[in-house]
Design a protein around this ligand. Sequence first.
Ligand SMILES: [Zn+2]
Length: 475
Amino acid sequence: MKRAYILLSALAFLIVASCSSPNSDKPKYVFYFIGDGMGIQHVNAAQLYLDSVEHYNNQTSISFLDFPVGSFATTYAANRYITGSAAAGTALSTGSKTSIGTIGLNADHSDSLFSIAKQFKQNGFKVGVVTSVSIDHATPAAFYAHQPERDNYYEISLDLARSGYHFFAGGPVKDPTGKRSNNPGISFYELAEKNGVAITDRLDLVDSLSKTSKTILYNAPNTASGNSLKYEIDRKEGDVSLADLTSAAITALHNPDGFFLMVEGGKIDWAAHDNDGAATIKEVIAFSQAVAKAVEFYNKYPNETLIVVTADHETGGLSIGNYLNGYNSNLAILREQNVSQGELAATLKNLKVEKPKASLNEVKDSLARYIGLFTVISPDDKESKELEKAYSVSFGGATSSKHYDSFNYNGVNDVAATGVAIVNRKAGLGWSSYSHTGSPVPVYVMGSGDALFKGSMTNTDIPLRILKATGIESR
Ligand SMILES: [Zn+2]
């Protein structure tokens, strides 16, 4: 009797033990999503916006908020507490902290650091790198390049052509012939051809190219400034989205030996540098829709898939709540804004070219049409004065007293920046910086090995834990 009881207990223990870790297999399909500049409030604001307006593009919730593991990571660089995308990208790709501006090298540039993407490749996985900005930008570059300066775009493009990875997708490289380089040599296109890189701007060709080519580089056509995909808020029918690129990557990479795919939502950061809440939130939603493609894949291969979603740093010091609105938040009014601040700035610049003496009322008409000011959103007296002052800068030649750190590449336009700032204030959003902040970033994980990501981390722990989950020895 006693023996039977012990046997039964042992059996029950075994059953409980095996049931309590359903994801104990090693993953062979690894997704690594990086929202550039995506702090926890960017994610919260996006979810609150969806709750306020009920849905956007048929989406009602941020796809990774219900992942079983949610944690956070500190982001400090080797030589500065508030990091940048190059140092943070290198930390997230190699597991080593480095100095600001450095891609894939140690802090004093005396040695190379190796990305986990390369280690996956060496272990027989196919490797893909996808971004919504140019493919030579700091975050994607950190997964394949080794350069002392993130702006070495030509040299970074050559590193891409030499990487031997299977799939790249994003905006085209920015300096293919080395015009901005001190040592221009072979062009990127020549080297790419030599190394078997098939370049296409058609997503429908990715499937067939993946069967014949060693490497595919998909260049998004019809890009916005900085060779980036258009902001989600500016995207028109026919423009590709980050979710489209993620689907294409899965098509190109899926094979029985496994894959590693890094996907960057690169313009959450840009919109946040502009303190543009509506554009930021829609970038997070577009990023969430890309993650949803990985979740669909996970649902087919739950025991073999790992999805890690994180960010390189926080941008803008975003808060839900500000000193003027107190406890009131009204994110639904952000739906009145139908272009990014960058696009609004470009529109106002064109207006100035066409009509150098455009009246304040004509400018107000644009603000009404594009960001809902004076229609749904009413500026108070102080804000109206702010707008008049901005008008005198943008259209009257007065000197701006404001300092912006704009990433919209259309240049700062005081009317656009002031108008968007008023919209954000009325929505109840607060911004404390035009730059990055030292805030920790969220980490959301689902799939085989997700339990390894419990507990707080620093960013370099994340790639090491990914390797640990897959059983690849880190070097
Ligand atoms: Zn940034």
